[in-house]
Design a protein around this ligand. Sequence first.
Ligand code: EPU
Length: 348
Amino acid sequence: MTIQEHIPLAPLTTLQVGGAARYFAAAASEDEVREAAQFANSKQLPLFILGGGSNLVVADSGWPGLVLKIAIGSVTSQQEEDTVSFDVGAGVDWDDFVTQAVAGNCAGLECLSGIPGSVGGTPVQNVGAYGQEVSDTISSVRALDLKQDRIVVLPNQDCAFAYRASIFNTTERGRYIILRVSYRLQQDGVPSLKYADLKKHFSAWAKPPSLADVRDAVRQIRLRKGMLIVPGDDDCRSAGSFFKNPVLSEIQFQDLRLRAESRGLKIPSYPALAAQHKVSAAWLVEHSGFSKGYALGPARISSKHALALVNSGQASAADLVRLKQQIQNKVEEHWGIMLDPEPVFVGF
Ligand code: EPU
């Protein structure tokens, strides 16, 4: 495996900002991942694992250690009665895998169509959209445990999945390198139609939509919101949602609801875990003095969705961070809520 030096990271991310990696390697096998980890260890270099680069903000100063791009491929599948288990390399393009699953009429991922990134990134932040989360279908995650220097297979319940969270980005951050992910899907299952946007899309349909119909609908909705990567569309130079939807306790939620009502407004919210409410971060942004398309220098809010921050072309990571801070400050001023960023910040 070749270890390269001073490799610009911006082109490897969808947001396209940030400096270079001091060292860079791409690992196409488990052995190469081990080799790269040993290299980083022997030189005492901080290690950053790069997947599809779709949820990252890389600092303008870049990364001082080794960036390891996971390029482990291959998808295998095995049918057991009415379920199909897919074992997928962490480097496989997520949407290619979803396409394959839907084409095989396997249910469970159809709402997660059109999400940029690679398979290995999906358990880390428990990717979710339109009423599905990967934690609903992941059966296990195969990973290199850097702490014990051995390969482990973590069953779903050991990953502690929650909204945009798992052990991989919380309690055990930096400990594991994800190598493969297993998903258990329903052969000939019915598509999930929980989400309002999707229900609306099919409201006039006479027959129930197929998995492929739902996949198409999700892609159309994402396209409208600038959340589908379309070459040439400036709104796509983003990291998807830049903030998480705040999850509030009953008391916090009632406080926010009253604040909104006193201004004649109703905040969109969804029930979350026990006695919690998830509220729309996009709505909070738009009701704190920002509109879609708002620009602060070369960084701006997408013209299609208030949660996506966009690099207009010449933005630096610092420009994006300035806009992020301005939004956080205003939302806190207006609503008393500090928005939590969703992408991973690298090298800050
Ligand atoms: N809204 C606004 N302004 C906007 C967009 C939305 O006020 O510009 C309000 C509307 O009331 C809308 C509500 O926010 O009904 C929810 O909007 P949307 O359906 O677009 O979803 P979201 O909550 O903003 C989340 C995920 C997305 C995921 C969609 C669909 C997070 C942080 N984001 O967005 O995930 O695709 O739901 O399920 O959880 C991502 O994480 O990068 C991502 C794109």
